[in-house]
Write a new protein. Structure first.
Length: 288
């Protein structure tokens, strides 16, 4: 079976993916800013964006790399583009047969967020090297953006919704995402190389509908109030300048939601053989 290296191994998607792949008999290596042991990973190597992957790649032959690592902060664009690009090249030099980039639906050349522009630049690199990229929306599971939305929806008496929560969100369940990635690794990316794929369910939901569904499942209600996007973004940018302050959302997250607006996209969901699940079922599956 394959040996797979997952970067950003301590992250939400990476943790689920490691356990999915290991449970299917694959050997999983992790690269993380900490070398602490992680479930599903046979070994974890210390590596952050801007550093090298060579110790992990030299430890044993690696068949595939899944790039989930993400840098944040004022130098995030450079670190994400240059750091992931370096790992792409190190993997190719080491003979890795398949590399998968996890990207975002907000990836565009003129994206409002540094995150979206960085992912766009990386998608072009991966396509040019005949590798695979998946564009994700909100991944429903016990972590990431979804978990932050859930906390806001269930723990506070008042839940602010950016611009009334009318933004369209495209979702994918964490289990379906990991199942697709397993299949792609197993097939060595056959028929998928050289482009980006929109790996989200075909029917979007609004942010407001997502919050209301979470509250119904949790048996909680709160007052939903509209929060203008631009003042919220400005406030977050000011708070982000405070050293060591960790925020549940970033100004980049807000810019990405603002850009999403009412935009509809063509998804590639049917290509991957996963059933479309109702929103309530996805929420129930992750314990909300």
């Amino acid at each position: 079976m394959s040996t797979v290296l997952i970067t950003g191994a301590g992250g939400f998607i990476a943790r689920h993916l490691a356990q999915t792949l290991a449970g299917a008999g694959m050997t999983v290596l992790g690269a993380s800013h900490s070398a602490a042991a992680l479930p599903g990973c046979a070994q974890v190597f210390p590596a952050s964006l801007g550093e090298t992957l060579l110790p992990a790649l030299a430890s044993q032959p690696v068949d595939a790399i899944v790039h989930t690592a993400l840098a944040t902060g004022p130098d995030a664009y450079r670190l994400n583009v240059e750091g992931t690009g370096r790992w792409l090249e190190e993997g190719r030099a080491a003979g890795v047969r398949l590399q998968i980039l996890l990207s975002t639906l907000s990836a565009e050349a003129d994206a409002l967020s540094d995150y979206g522009r960085a992912k766009w630049a990386l998608e072009q690199r991966f396509a040019g090297e005949d590798e695979v990229a998946f564009r994700l929306g909100v991944v429903v599971g016990n972590g990431g953006m979804y978990a932050r939305i859930r906390r806001s929806a269930t723990r506070l008496p008042v839940t602010p919704l950016l611009d009334g929560g009318q933004q369209l969100l495209y979702v994918v369940g964490i289990d379906a995402l990991c199942a697709v990635l397993y299949d792609v690794i197993l097939s060595n990316g056959d028929g998928l190389r050289g482009r980006s794929w929109n790996l989200v369910q075909p029917r979007p939901v609004t942010l407001r509908a997502l919050v209301e569904a979470i509250q119904r499942q949790a048996g909680r209600r709160s007052l939903l109030i509209a929060a203008p996007t631009k003042p919220v973004e400005l406030g977050l940018r000011l708070l982000e300048s405070v050293p060591m302050l960790r925020l549940p959302v970033s100004s980049s997250n807000v810019r990405g939601l603002r850009q999403q607006g009412q935009r509809r996209i063509a998804t590639d969901w049917a290509r991957f053989g996963q059933p479309e699940q109702p929103l309530e079922m996805l929420i129930a599956a992750c314990g909300a």
